[in-house]
Design a protein around this ligand. Structure first.
Ligand code: ASP
Length: 345
């Protein structure tokens, strides 16, 4: 008889974990030990589930790099005891957490699947049951190799570090604008094996540090010099995720370019990502981005802001050489970006 897949179900908090108190009608966190009572269909899947609840459980708006490291620590400590991991998480910052975990685990060879829901598990019409069952079914699949940090939501499985939450109301909450879904969940679960990262040949390495001395600087017409200089002058600042327009474009005003140049000369790393959900940064395509390239702004290609934040914190936390960090920013490390032909000369 083949051994059942063993899954560790981690519960960080979020809407999914809320159930109604029958007496008062109030929503309260649910006891993960009773997962089979809440989702009886799980007992029919070919797997053995054990659970771990973080203390405290949090709304994902309270998520932090410290908590990401804690999630990574729990997974690492249990890595050899389980075949796969499912993480229940609030939807609001799930894409950030999935991105951070993807960088913290190098040479991952087991699935880490994050999921959550738009309606609490205890509500009629909840999407939580479908999302948990889908995630557990995916995590327990012995045939499909899935050495990735993923998000399973509604009817799709995504590479986590490619996702963005785009909807706060309807069940299709996430998109992966620049990378197709890894599987489509319908009558069957159809894996697109050619899009899934191959199993690594080297041993797992789990990183233990993140440096959060970074900011997201989103451009908008009318942004003032004092705003830019105020942000770039933050004490201890090491990295900036610069959200530019379209294919990586920014104002060409001298004051703007000078402020960025001075920051770069001071040692701050600037990473150019687009505000668009689809498409990539092409520095040099328009005159408005040529100057950015000339002064040493780094190219984020088609990376999401969430993934750029996690990647910067990861690189600044684990590497000390600025040049090496800048080089690694422009190379895909965990499938988080695609270097377009145009740029790869
Ligand atoms: N605010 C909640 C959270 O992110 C929303 C959700 O889970 O959908 O924790």
């Amino acid at each position: 008889m083949t051994k059942k897949t063993s899954i560790l179900l981690l519960y960080t908090g979020g809407t999914i974990g809320m159930v109604e108190d029958i007496a008062t009608g109030a929503l309260q966190p649910f006891d993960l030990g009773k997962i089979y009572d809440a989702v009886p269909v799980l007992s029919r899947l070919d797997c053995q589930i054990e659970s771990y609840t973080f203390d405290p459980i949090i709304d994902s708006s309270d998520m932090s790099p410290r908590f990401w490291l804690e999630v990574a620590r729990v997974i690492e400590e249990n890595y050899h005891s389980y075949d796969s991991f499912v993480v229940l998480h609030g939807t609001d910052t799930m894409s950030f957490t999935a991105s951070a975990l993807s960088f913290l685990f190098e040479n991952l060879d087991k699935p880490i699947v994050l999921t959550g829901s738009q309606l609490p598990l205890g509500r009629i019409r909840t999407d939580g049951i479908e999302n948990i069952v889908g995630s557990v079914e995916i995590a327990s699949n012995k045939k499909a190799s899935l050495p990735e940090v993923c998000i399973c939501f509604e009817d799709k499985l995504f590479r986590g570090n490619r996702t963005t939450k785009i909807n706060s109301e309807y069940f299709e909450a996430f998109v992966s604008g620049n990378y197709p879904s890894l599987a489509k969940i319908g009558i069957q679960i159809n894996y697109k094996e050619n899009l899934i990262t191959p199993k690594p040949s080297n041993a797992l390495k789990v990183y233990k540090k993140l440096d959060d001395n970074i900011v997201i600087l989103k451009l908008y017409p009318g942004i003032k010099e004092q705003t830019i200089r105020g942000i770039l002058g933050i004490e201890g600042l090491k990295g900036v995720v610069l959200e530019t327009y379209g294919s990586g474009n920014a104002p060409t005003d001298d004051w703007f370019i000078n402020a960025l140049r001075e920051a770069i000369e001071k040692g701050i790393i600037i990473f150019n990502v687009t505000q668009c959900q689809l498409g990539a940064v092409h520095m040099g395509k328009y005159a408005t981005s040529c100057k950015l390239r000339e002064i040493g702004v780094k190219n984020g290609y088609d990376i999401t802001t969430e993934s750029a934040v996690a990647k910067m914190m990861f690189l600044l936390g684990n590497y000390s050489d600025k040049k090496q960090i800048e080089e690694l920013l422009e190379i895909p490390l965990r499938g988080e970006m695609t270097i377009s032909e145009e740029e790869s000369f």
